[in-house]
Design a protein around this ligand. Sequence first.
Ligand SMILES: [Zn+2]
Length: 62
Amino acid sequence: MSDGLIPCPDCGKPLEVMKACGAIQYFCPHCNELKSGKRVRAAQAPQQDTPAAPDATPNQGG
Ligand SMILES: [Zn+2]
C-alpha cells in the first residue's frame, strides 16, 4: 500500500501535498508550479462514463 501519492494531472509525477490553514495545495516539482486541488481531485477520481447500472440478473431458481 502506498502512502497515497497523488500524480500530477499534467506530467504524472507525484505531487507534494502542502497543507495550509485548512486548505490543501498540491505542488509539482516537475512542472514547478502549484496545481489546483480541483483539477488534481478530478484527475484522481475515476472516470464516470456510465452511471451505476442496475445489474439485475433474472436468475431465480424456482
Ligand atoms: Zn507536473
